[in-house]
Design a protein around this ligand. Sequence first.
Ligand SMILES: [Zn+2]
Length: 265
Amino acid sequence: MRPFGGRLWDGHTSGLGPAHLACRCLLAETEAGLVLVDTGFGLDDVSRPILRLSRAFYHADRVHLEADETAVSRLRRMGFDPGDVRHIVMTHLDFDHAGGLTDFPHARVHVDAREAAASRRRFTPIARGRYRPPQLDHPMREYDAPGAPWFGLPTLRGLEGLPPGIFLVPLPGHTEGHCGVALNTGDGWVLHAGDTVFMHSELQEPLRMPPLVDAYARVMQVNQEARLQSRRMLRKLAREHGEEVTILCTHDPSLPAGAERRVSA
Ligand SMILES: [Zn+2]
């Protein structure tokens, strides 16, 4: 996404021209096949943006759609068969995370039950803009039973067909059922924290958040208290277990320092 505002968004683009924001997905090779965390925008968004996306978000975020940048195309370029993606674990169901679901019709999709319910309600204009029925036209497994805590954080475990080292970590506030997705790599953990933070600098000391990111986070939140509490929990995790857990968010264009140990760009 390339919204105007430059460094006021991403903290480093010079001037106030287009910033460059990522829509980061993760691909994991597991004993249960390929597992995708989030899907970004998909091929149908590229070919029919007006039908699939809300006009307001499409223009405000200046969504830059390229078939080559979709998860399904990137997977093919990496030499994988997209048909081998058996599972997709969703941080939440916003338009910039769920657009690729329809590119993987045979994958089993896992999501927090509160998020699935919110995506069906769509009471407010923002909810109608963020949750797009044509993107969400995919069967989903929903979870709401709390599992054993992980580094003190709540979890939803037992994702059907997935290894036990992959589970949801509820971090609500941005949306009602927003979660992080934890993955045990065998050599430490990766947590895809979705939109709990928009920039990795929100996890550092002192907390830094470019002003337009702050404004956007407020516009998109469903519950400010919950969002700030989720961010506090994530900051505590980074502070106390930063060596054991690599924390990534969706929209920061850069990986955090040291992330290459457990993920590649
Ligand atoms: Zn997002």
